[in-house]
Design a protein around this ligand. Structure first.
Ligand code: IMP
Length: 422
């Protein structure tokens, strides 16, 4: 069997959580491959909304195996909160969740470092979620990190003390009063380690290899989105991991030749949280309307999201980078009611029009739009593709023609059931 991959094609918040939950019945295993608790994957069923940060979205299906892969950076405090919340809802994650021994740990000092380094950037700040993601990956590549498997090692405490001492020196340089804070935070961090040890700590590369050889269907679940990729996103306004399909191979230890389908999730319009270029951003009442209708506020931080029209330059770039085989178009219901819907088909940069992503994103980019007639009909209760308004179908066909990829699912509401299959 091959590894299928599901990931975001924009700046995150495309609605990946709902789609993983939706397609999980066709899989045996769901594995998160990168990112950490900066993610907030929302799922809704039976009228209840659930937000997951670290745990794969397959957790609500008791018969599915869920894996936190080696590419993830794991904060035990947030992990514990998430497990406790699941238990309150009657979900017992020890029955179907395991953690890669090679996943790196986020320490409280990583979070404090995130805060001081971000504030030191002043106006150039990234708009980080401040979950310690950047500093944890920095320690990983700098070869100072601690991994989940290290928890079982007899010299863990000693190595932890060494790393924390280094962090404290850096924190003291920027914000001396945070050093004491780090000691308090460390107590609850250590408390949460015991819950982590309740779970199987595995070599996920061997486990997934075995599952694939046994014919099990494995889905790799991405976090954030393609335009936040460390290498190909709008650097430096990115996250610190590879969010694109290539990240699934390093993040789970699977060979690229085993790739199956790649599901790219794209919202019917665009949103972004945090700083950085966003060519189709709307600063007027249309942007406000998208935010209000789409309830565009961060699942992790509650921050209002920046909103704008669909950007096909960015979408085609994302389709190319990821080798997308299927697009899932989400939040299409939010577009009902607009007289005109715009789609960006090119960027005008210094008088020249291009449909390629420029290297230096901070250049003045003027989006070139194609207008589409809107539709007034409410579509959130529709079940069949044929029932969709003609102008919406035209919008869909245009995206398919431009990207060369079929839109195989259209999501018209947050609930599992609000999904239209082609
Ligand atoms: P960090 O990864 O928390 O440091 O954040 C880096 C950038 O990525 C910031 O602009 C964040 O707002 C953005 N970001 C990180 N995680 C997510 C996510 O799950 N959804 C949307 N944006 C995210």
């Amino acid at each position: 069997m091959n590894l299928d991959i599901l990931l975001g094609l924009q700046w995150g918040d495309e609605g990946k959580g709902k789609v993983v939950d939706l397609i999980t019945p066709s899989y045996d295993v769901v594995a998160r491959f990168q990112g950490g608790a900066n993610a907030g994957h929302s799922l809704e069923f039976n009228g209840i909304k659930h937000v997951l940060h670290l745990i794969p979205s397959g957790i609500f299906h008791p018969d599915k195996i869920n894996i936190i892969g080696n590419g993830v950076v794991l904060d035990p405090v947030i992990f514990k909160e998430e497990i406790e919340n699941l238990r309150k809802m009657g979900v017992e994650p020890t029955r179907n969740l395991s953690i890669a021994s090679k996943a790196h740990l986020i320490l409280p000092t990583h979070r404090l470092l995130d805060a001081v380094l971000e504030s030191a950037k002043g106006n150039a700040k990234i708009g980080s979620t401040l979950k310690g993601i950047g500093p944890a990956y920095t320690d990983k590549t700098g070869r100072n990190g601690l991994r989940v498997g290290d928890l079982l090692s007899p010299d863990f405490e000693e190595r932890l003390a060494g790393v924390v001492a280094l962090h404290k020196e850096m924190i003291a340089f920027y914000q001396p009063d945070y050093v004491e804070k780090s000691d308090e935070m460390m107590m609850s961090w250590k408390d949460s380690l015991s819950i982590l040890k309740e779970f199987p700590i595995i070599a996920c590369e061997y486990e997934i290899d075995r599952y694939l050889k046994e014919g099990k269907r494995v889905l790799a679940e991405g976090a954030q989105g393609t335009l936040l990729d460390l290498d190909f996103g709008s650097y430096p306004f990115v996250t610190s991991s590879n969010t694109i399909a290539a990240g699934a191979f390093t993040g789970l230890g699977v060979a690229p030749a085993r790739t199956g389908r790649v599901f790219g999730i794209a919202k019917a319009y665009c949103t972004r949280v945090g700083s950085g270029p966003f060519p189709t951003e709307l600063f007027d009442e249309t942007g406000e309307l998208l935010r209000r209708k789409g309830a565009e506020f961060g699942a992790t931080t509650g921050r209002p999201r920046r909103c704008g029209w669909l950007d096909l330059v960015a979408l085609k770039y994302a389709v190319m980078l990821n080798g997308v085989t299927d697009i899932v178009l989400t939040k299409a219901d939010v577009l009902s009611g607009f007289d005109t819907i715009k789609v960006c088909t090119g960027y005008r940069i210094a008088g020249e029009i291009t449909d390629k992503m420029p290297f230096y994103d901070r250049k003045e980019i003027e989006p070139v739009y194609q207008d589409f007639e809107g539709w007034k009909e409410e579509i959130s209760l529709l079940k069949n593709y044929d029932e969709l308004p003609a102008s919406f179908k035209e919008y869909i066909h245009f995206i398919e023609k431009e990207t060369g990829v079929t839109i195989s699912i259209v999501s018209v509401g947050p609930d599992r059931t609000a999904s239209i299959y082609r």
